[in-house]
Design a protein around this ligand. Sequence first.
Ligand code: GUN
Ligand code: FE
Length: 368
Amino acid sequence: NRNDTTARIAHVFRGTFVHSTSGAAVEILQNCVLGVDDQGKIAFIENDRDEESLSKLWGFGASDIKQLGQHEFLMPGMVDTHIHASQYSYTGTALDLPLLEWLNTYTFPVEAKYKDLEFANNVYTKVVRRTLKNGTTTACYFATIHTDASLLLGELADKFGQRALVGKVCMDCNSAVPQYKESSSEFKPVVTPRFAPSCSSSLLSELGEIANNNKLHIQSHISENKGEVELVKTLFPGCKSYTDVYLKHKLLTDRTVMAHGCHLTDEELEIFHETGSAISHCPNSNISICSGMLNVRNVLNHKVKLGLGTDVAAGYSPSMLDAMRRTLDTSKALTIQDPQHKTLSFEEVFRLATLGGSEGKIPSLIDK
Ligand code: GUN
Ligand code: FE
């Protein structure tokens, strides 16, 4: 029954629709009609046998229906849970160094350029248009330390019609480019600690406080590369693990997305489960700069929320279809190493790229 009488139907499609649910990794709905209201929300999806009663109820005519072709289907937009908009300009280059050297040699010098809003406008326009073209309707972006340019990225996503979570990157130590770090007084309440090695303990605490007081999302990197894990041990000797660093600074919440996690232990994954924090799996990046191979099956077995990310520019493709293929490749490589490993199916990977990345406070793929 239609209970919202104010919404109007803006579009009606007839044909095949493909999506994921908690019960089915892929569900194919054939011979259906789908109505979208003027707020952009799906109002109904029903068998086309009910077309006549739907058209009376919602007030659309046969000529308003767009028939999809025999080989066409509609699917949910994909969610890129981890992408550095500011690194888009050098995508596909500079993949010959491991993480910590890669950051200092290639990444920090480029990110420092976003002081210039014209430069930012040029690259940010391109990355939003390109990812939308590739089917990314929602993106969790890392910008740079520059507040103006980060706001501009948000405005551009809005203008082009992409749902975006934009993080102004926070970092106050260990940058090889001295002009590319901040002093604490310049911080704005945007919760994107770059990663533990770039942040002092007081910065992490402040960001944890801001996030919790304002119920904000948090994004960062964790356990991407072994050298990084070792570095975190020496920088935070009082913490039991990399995960413990973020936990102690109140940065693990049910609104947190941590990228990579290749080298997390089972005990650390248990903390992710307990806090409701999510992992962004970035397989292209993990292989491109030789960081590691995340065992996604093991993460899911721990009932931890997981989505896919392109991680441009350590990942060389801004396309979520590529992230899906690379997820399968890594899973198959793990099976080659250990035949007991249960390879992910393409249906499961489709679900991770869509529903998996959209999971908020209440995860639908896992029973708590
Ligand atoms: N860890 C800290 N910063 C970054 C970054 O920009 N890219 C990747 N892949 N890992 C990081
Ligand atoms: Fe990243």
